[in-house]
Ligand binder design. Structure first.
Ligand SMILES: [Zn+2]
Ligand SMILES: [Zn+2]
Length: 465
């Protein structure tokens, strides 16, 4: 069972000469198969059934037997009807003719129609999708199993070597496939152009890995997988899309895509409460700009402020700073003109750290740090903390390193600000460390260790980082 190999991708050995560059060709085999899938044929019931639920139409035949359903559907691929179970009244079965046999599915409705994971507005849509899926997955089972073996994904990345010239050519339509008929051409070139643009940006990028944030997606119009170049079949939920960078791939391909997500600023709506790695990649920085900007401002005019980080600023003003960052990003004005009280800036920094969806010391490593703090021998304790630090995601590590160097400098002004590693530990412990499962008891039990971990990191900042 071989696909008509219309792919020129097999010849995608990379050449250093931009002139030899062949843009990837989307593979049309599965698209053609989808076009050939049987269409739904509704078999209607000649008389109105009293037991018909209002969300079914005349395809509802009431309590007929499996055999009568079989007879009604006989002969026509794609023919379907709904019958009520004779053994379990109130339960409904979708009977569908495919591959010269009648398939029976338990049919559900909860505002949408479904027989499995996918949910549909109408039974007609459900049957259309089922027929496409059945047709493609029976005809092309082998092809689908192998479609990820020669991915074009790296090939798309190759466009970075070509810089503007290739991007220009791609956008001029050389990426158009030769043997596929599309309804709208811009669908084809856009992902390529987008990825080539992204890869260009990557060159001056911090090198942190970031996993893609894939969510099941319903594509309008034909779409091709940007990993394997094959068509994404089906009527709805044909594949997944990364909410951070917009990469579109098959669900099965999503497991093979490397952790090279480059978030698109237009998709990242907020600064606060945004995943730390996602934010730094989106803004092309090594640390969240909130951390850098707040620390710069505090070091400029707040180091001698009594009770720095302990005294809280007005919460409305702190909220204001949050909104300014969410709205203006690194253009946010947090100068003395905007906020004279440095405690507002310190408060905003604490709020930022506390509101991270994954704390700076990640949920995964939380208990490792708590356990480390419990070690009685000082050297072994420090060693265990160090080990934990090395396991942090790079963007988290870098943020923590920078913050601890700053807090160390804060303690050098202790005679003015009355802040030392111990009371900063009390302030920052629960801000930087949160247990994966929040409950009042663990929070209370762990407070001592949280404080100690931060205190140790400040005191031994020079050896730990
Ligand atoms: Zn992504
Ligand atoms: Zn794919």
């Amino acid at each position: 069972m071989a696909a008509s190999s219309n792919s020129s991708l097999s010849g995608s050995s990379l050449s250093s000469d931009p002139e030899d560059y062949q843009p990837p060709i989307w593979k049309s085999y599965l698209y053609q198969l989808q076009q050939e899938a049987p269409r739904p044929k509704r078999i209607t019931c000649p008389q109105e059934m009293e037991s018909r639920p209002k969300y079914y139409g005349r395809e509802f035949h009431g309590m007929i037997s499996r055999e009568s359903a079989d007879e009604l559907l006989a002969g026509a691929e794609g023919a379907y009807l709904i019958r009520e179970s004779q053994r379990q009244p109130g339960m409904h079965t979708l009977a569908l003719r495919f591959g010269l046999q009648t398939l029976n599915y338990r049919l559900f409705y909860d505002g949408k129609h479904f027989v499995g994971e996918k949910r549909f507005e109408s039974v007609h849509d459900l049957v259309t999708d089922a027929l496409i899926t059945l047709h493609i997955e029976t005809k092309a089972a082998e092809y689908i199993a192998k479609m990820t073996t020669n991915p074009i994904y790296e090939h798309l990345g190759y466009t970075s070597l070509l810089k503007d010239e290739a991007a220009h050519r791609l956008s001029r339509g050389r990426a158009e496939p030769r043997r596929v008929t599309f309804q709208r051409d811009e669908r084809i070139s856009s992902p390529l152009v987008r990825r080539s643009a992204l890869k260009d940006a990557t060159e001056k990028q911090c090198s942190y890995d970031k996993v893609h944030n894939f969510k099941v997606h319903t594509f309008r119009g034909p779409h091709w997988c940007e990993y394997c170049a094959n068509f994404m079949w089906g009527l709805i939920a044909q594949g997944v899309r990364c909410s951070d960078c917009g990469l579109n791939v098959h669900k099965q391909c999503s497991k093979l895509v490397p952790s090279d997500c480059q978030p698109d600023l237009r998709r990242i709506k907020k600064v606060f409460s945004c995943d730390l790695t996602t934010l730094v990649k989106a803004h092309n920085t090594t640390r969240p700009m909130v951390v850098d900007m707040c620390i710069r401002e505090i070091e400029l005019r707040g180091m001698k402020s009594e009770g720095l980080y302990r005294v809280s600023g007005f919460s409305e003003h702190i909220e204001d700073v949050r909104l300014a960052f969410d709205r203006d990003g690194d253009k946010a004005d947090i100068s003395a003109n905007a906020y004279a009280d440095i405690n507002i800036i310190a408060g905003a920094l604490k709020l930022y750290l506390r509101d991270l969806p994954i704390p700076v010391i990640t949920f995964d490593l939380y208990s490792k740090f708590i356990q480390a703090a419990k070690i009685p021998i000082a050297d072994a304790r420090l060693e265990a903390v160090h080990e934990g630090l090395l396991q942090l995601p790079p963007a988290h590590y870098e943020t923590l390193r920078y913050l601890m160097a700053h807090l160390k400098r804060v303690t050098m002004f202790e005679k003015d600000n009355f802040m030392n590693a111990e009371n900063l530990g009390i302030v920052f412990g629960p801000t930087l460390m949160q247990p994966p499962e929040q409950n009042a008891l663990t929070t209370l039990n762990d407070m001592r260790q949280q404080k100690l971990v931060v205190q140790l990191m400040i005191e031994h900042e020079d050896v730990l980082f």
